[in-house]
Write a protein that binds this ligand. Structure first.
Ligand SMILES: *Cc1c(COP(=O)(O)O)cnc(C)c1O
Length: 387
């Protein structure tokens, strides 16, 4: 195995980030303290949402979001096959059925037209209770159109914005939940800001917010107004539902709060890297990513598609870049083709757009600390391999 000198993505940790975490280590609260509240308020304010709930990671955030929408057995959740497995797993965690809806090849996001056709062709009792659009690579989905369909067909929308903190749709930040019930963010180190492990759910719905907070901590409340019996004293708490320990620590929240202050700078640098790739690669047999008008991408990934007229196929290009120490990657293996979902009956040909795209997809390195020299090295290798 060649050593990867340039990964496809990585965190950027500053002295300010480190100091923020050390301050928490020396404080009274390592978890469930005031820094969690501060991070939640900061994310809510940044996104323009009324509420935010910090959790252990985005996978459990998706699970919790589905749970508070009362997704359960006999119901279904639809998402895109072009995503990380977590966007689909949340259905099974709630005992619900999963189904997928193919992508729009121009945006690589869930196709609203395909969704509309599938809804129209599906008997009402099999309509989804929840739809999870994923803002792939940081590019916002067609939220207005999805919102219209959600009203017409009565499903709830949970936005998977693991790639998209800082992205904008029609002048508003993703996470403001104008067209959705909730939005979920991830703070894994490859994402646009990190807490190590971590996730956040934003919403404008107070009832969802209260249940998300309770279920994050085992289903417990200390609010006398939520209790079923008179509160006998300050020691008393009640468990209202069977919840989970899905909490984030204050150490993680402190890192997140510090990283959030750097987010716009991070995205600015990602935009520069995208512009350079776009200018340098346009004459190669590659399909380059585009951003639809009225959207600002968070540029979490830079995905090119190796076209059929190229001298080499994607697998060869991937291999040769890896041999040069460049950690290219593939986002994503269509989720319905994972063995666990094949067992439920999904197979090749079910979602041809996502499957075709997958054969061509290649994620090039993009992250804040990627230097211009490193990027030029990636561009030169790719040009050499393809010409
Ligand atoms: C990373 C990712 C997740 C899961 O995030 P974790 O915080 O690692 O659990 C979910 N959905 C998408 C699209 C992702 O990229």
């Amino acid at each position: 195995m060649t050593t990867i000198r340039i990964p496809y993505g990585r965190q950027s940790i500053s002295d300010q980030d480190i100091d923020a975490v050390i301050r928490i280590l020396k404080s009274d609260f390592l978890t469930t303290g005031p820094t969690i509240d501060a991070f939640e308020r900061a994310v809510a304010e940044y996104c323009g949402a009324r509420y935010a709930v910090a959790v252990a990671n985005a996978s459990v955030a998706l699970q919790l979001a589905c749970r508070v929408l009362d997704l359960g057995p006999g119901q279904s959740l639809w998402t895109t096959p072009n995503t990380f497995v977590a966007s689909a797993n949340c259905a099974d965690h709630c005992g619900a059925r999963i189904d997928f809806c193919d992508i729009d090849p121009s945006t690589l996001n869930l196709s609203v037209k395909t969704l509309e056709a599938k809804l129209a062709a599906t008997p009402a009792h099999q309509h989804p209770r929840v739809v999870v659009p994923v803002h792939f690579a940081g590019q916002p989905c067609d939220m207005e159109e999805l919102g219209t369909l959600s009203q017409k067909y009565g499903f709830k929308i949970v936005e998977d914005a693991a790639h998209a903190i800082g992205a904008e749709y029609k002048g508003e930040k993703i996470g403001g939940c104008r067209h959705s019930a909730m939005t979920v963010f991830s703070f894994h180190p490859v994402k646009n800001i990190t807490t190590g492990e971590g996730g956040m759910i934003t919403t404008n719905d107070e009832n969802l917010y209260v249940r998300l907070r309770e279920l994050r901590t085992l289903g417990i409340t200390r609010d006398p107004n939520r209790m079923s019996r008179p509160c006998p004293g300050p020691w008393y708490y009640e468990q209202l539902e069977v919840g989970y320990n899905f909490r984030m620590t204050d150490l993680e929240a402190a890192l997140g709060l510090s990283q959030l202050q750097r987010l716009d700078q991070f995205i600015g640098r990602r935009q520069e890297l995208v512009d350079t790739y776009n200018q340098s690669l346009h004459d190669l047999p590659l399909k380059l990513p585009t951003v639809t008008p009225a959207r600002k991408s968070a540029h979490h990934l830079y995905v090119v598609e190796v076209l059929s007229e190229a001298r080499k196929d994607r697998a060869q290009v991937f291999q040769e870049l890896r041999e040069a120490g460049i950690g290219v990657n593939v986002h994503y293996i269509p989720v319905h083709l994972q063995p666990v979902y094949r067992k439920q009956g999904f197979q090749e040909g079910d979602f041809p757009k996502a499957e075709g795209y997958y054969q061509r997809a290649l994620s090039l390195p993009i992250y804040f600390d990627l230097s211009s020299e490193e990027q030029q090295f990636v561009i030169a290798r790719l040009r050499h391999i393809l010409t």
